[in-house]
Design a protein around this ligand. Structure first.
Ligand code: TMP
Length: 254
């Protein structure tokens, strides 16, 4: 088969043209960045694990009728997705104070928030993804008030569901980042969950020890990064049968 045409390369993923119109292939790299790419590194096997973890979580969300861009996993590092128009907003949902919220408001990391908080960041690397309010989003037309109603509703449902799912495997969902897109089908537009859900864009703490099991291990140089991602996959019951041996195998890029 001919090499696929590359449409976009991001920090952790590459998008290729899909086999049929309206589809794309999402390829998961091992590259990791933090602080708007000021810190760069490689987490061996991350792409394979995030492909699996995101597949698992998106399929679980589809079961509770959360619409997503996910169609199916193609191989170790690639998944087939529906082509959507990405809304340029990062939607962050927080249950426990950590990261930028803890810093900005001087709340000790680990403090349970009085209720889940939804924040928005404008996706713009030059500006360093500044935090914005719903007012900015609707005033500048990045999303309509109707889109925002759908996004907030979906983000809170996803939070409720994933909080329970992770708790069941001994993991506390501290916070996470979502991206949404517009899917055009039969003259209709629907807001769907896009991008990925993985330890790259969630804070996941061991429920008993509060040990970090996510990209903060890379951001903060805590070591044992690969092990943490593997442990998340293992607890979710999706570590490739052969274990870590699977992670370094030949890639089936076509
Ligand atoms: P923050 O505390 O640094 O604002 O991050 C909140 C959540 O969003 C955390 O789970 C990590 C995730 N996140 C991303 O996925 N991409 C980003 O660029 C940033 C800054 C955070």
């Amino acid at each position: 088969m001919a090499r696929r045409r590359q449409l976009y390369e991001g920090k952790a993923k590459i998008l290729f043209e899909g086999p049929e119109p309206g589809t794309l292939v999402q390829y998961f790299k091992d590259d990791a960045t933090a602080f708007n790419a000021q810190k760069k590194g490689t987490i061996t096997g991350k792409g394979v694990l995030n492909n699996r973890i995101s597949e698992f979580l998106m399929l679980k969300l589809a079961e509770i009728n959360v619409p997503t861009h996910f169609i199916r996993r193609l191989n170790m590092r690639e998944q087939l997705i529906k082509e959507v128009e990405i809304i340029p907003i990062e939607v962050v949902v927080r249950n426990i104070a950590a990261g930028s919220l803890a810093q900005r408001l001087g709340i000790p990391e680990g403090t349970r928030l009085p209720r889940s908080i939804v924040e928005y960041y404008y996706k713009n690397d030059h500006l360093g993804d500044p935090m914005v309010a719903e007012e900015h989003i609707t005033a500048f037309g990045w999303a309509s008030p109707h889109d925002m109603d759908d996004i907030i509703h979906l983000a809170l449902r996803i939070n409720d569901f994933l909080t329970g799912l992770f708790l069941g495997v001994g993991i506390t969902l501290v916070d996470f980042k979502l991206e949404f897109g517009r899917l055009y089908e039969n003259d209709e537009m629907r807001i769907v969950l896009a991008d990925e859900i993985s330890p790259d864009n969630c804070r996941l703490w061991d429920s008993k020890t509060n040990e970090k099991m996510d990209k903060d291990r890379f951001r903060r140089d805590l070591g044992k990064i690969e092990e943490a991602y593997q442990e998340v996959a293992r607890r979710l019951g999706i570590l490739p049968e052969a274990g870590s041996r699977d992670l370094k195998g030949p890639e089936t890029m076509q």
